[in-house]
Design a protein around this ligand. Structure first.
Ligand code: ATP
Ligand code: MG
Length: 285
């Protein structure tokens, strides 16, 4: 059997982007609202929709072969599973939050204090590493209200913009770990399942490479082509085509998303004109 079962968060901050990635990989399925299972129509994969906390355990037990979870959950539960790939979405931090009037300098200030968190293991290890002796209050939700109701002196919770902390009179004081969504797998996949996983990874990588790059077209006088080529090495090398106008060429290439603005400036300086930039849906590298 080459079919893989993948566990995805049923509803929450990971669900939508996890399903979007599956769809961008060309995998079609219909998940009737509230259904806990679904199968793909055109790829050997089945979906289980679960709470994110349960996903690493199900993958370890072999109930699911793959899962998508936040690294924060993966590290906290510490199950015997493999981290296959970082997926680049649901980026957040696990941070210490303290009263916004606290002139917090470093983690040592939490010595002798109490900290509320849903991540006792990660926090405990971090405190230990820093030789800080604090009391950990494990609570499962609404951690950020703990200081205002007198339950704890500080919190350790997931932060992305910091607005939840702020609206509870707290500020982000220390970052304990950075997290993003990851693909995990069990350790006992069959050879056929590994083949399916590799097909899935190939598709995911093509989607990610597409997102990280832009397609760029521009016109340039022939005497600046060499300089432009050095700025736009492309996948192999850029395509250069003559324009109808004597002495000019059109150049097609790819540019990395995060180098984009810097490269555009340099291209303009080198004499490029009529620069067009288009998104890439998939890129096979
Ligand atoms: P469940 O009901 O499945 O247990 P949950 O309430 O525990 O869901 P969510 O709040 O949906 O979890 O968050 C799921 C994961 O998304 C988190 O473990 C974290 O990795 C990530 N995450 C949480 N908050 C944010 C945020 N504000 N921005 C980005 N990613 C986040
Ligand atoms: Mg959860």
């Amino acid at each position: 059997m080459n079919t893989l079962k993948i566990a995805i968060q049923k509803s929450g901050r990971l669900s939508e982007d996890s399903l979007k990635l599956i769809k961008e990989c060309g995998i079609k399925f219909s998940n009737g609202k509230g259904k806990l299972k679904a199968s793909a129509d055109n790829f050997p994969i089945e979906f289980l929709f679960l709470r994110d906390d349960d996903i690493p355990g199900y993958v370890e037990d072999g109930v699911a072969d793959l899962g998508i979870v936040g690294e924060n959950v993966l590290v906290e539960y510490d199950n015997d599973v493999k981290l296959v790939k970082k997926l680049g979405f649901s980026k957040c931090r696990l941070s210490i939050g303290v009263d916004r009037n606290w002139d917090y300098k470093n983690i040592k200030e939490l010595d002798g204090k109490s900290i509320a968190t849903s991540y006792p293991k990660i926090l405990g290890n971090y405190l230990k590493k820093n030789n800080v002796n604090a009391e950990i209050h494990e609570i499962s939700g609404s951690v950020e209200i703990a200081p205002s109701i007198g339950l704890a002196d500080a919190v350790c919770d997931i932060v992305s913009s910091g607005s939840t902390l702020l609206s509870n009179g707290l500020k982000e004081a220390d970052v304990i770990m950075r997290s993003e969504a990851v693909l995990i797998s069990g350790k006992n996949l069959s050879a056929d399942q590994v083949k399916t996983l590799n097909q899935l990874l190939f598709r995911m990588e093509s989607v990610q490479a597409g997102k990280n790059n832009k397609y760029i077209l521009l016109n340039a006088p022939n005497d600046s082509i060499d300089e432009i080529i050095s700025l736009l090495p492309g996948m192999k090398s850029p395509t250069v085509l003559p324009l109808a106008m004597e002495g000019w060429s059109s150049l097609h290439s790819v540019v990395k998303e995060d180098e984009f603005w810097e490269v555009i400036e340099k291209l303009k300086e080198a004499g490029a004109q009529g620069i067009l930039v288009a998104p890439i849906e998939k890129m096979i590298v």
